[in-house]
Design a protein around this ligand. Sequence first.
Ligand code: FES
Length: 167
Amino acid sequence: MTIKEIVDKYGSKRENLLQILHGIQNQNPRNYINKESISALSKEMNIPVSQIKGTASFYSMFSFIPRGKYVIRVCESPPCHLLGAESIFKAIEYKLGIMIGETTKDGLFTLEGTSCLGICGVAPAMMINEDVHGNLNEEKIFQILDQIQEQEKERIQLCREEALTRF
Ligand code: FES
């Protein structure tokens, strides 16, 4: 979708800016908002670039740098912290070989910390893109990540097979 199409989808009123920014970020395969998109959005909505950047940088879910296809956001707020968020980070770091703020070499995962996700009843919790996961422990983390890695392997295999049938 072009920036204009995304703006048209949500409506060009300023109050829709967050949804539009989500739309722009979600359609970028590297899960971020690039400079070109911001300047196109500025022209389309007639909002200065500095204001768009200011709004987006207020929210931790937006990024101005490329990230993985799957952004893992582990809650760091007190209830999750008390119930083991630190061990959740350690399990993910061990499994994926990345530290907080880093992206795996294959471009699949980025690990981030975040404030309360609003699901404190199932702490410790995290989000992977739009999906929330609670009552986490090391075993559950490994299951979730294994499942995503397996899906991705199957997807790549299917793409290869499709490509081969074209020849
Ligand atoms: S404190 Fe972690 S989800 Fe609320």
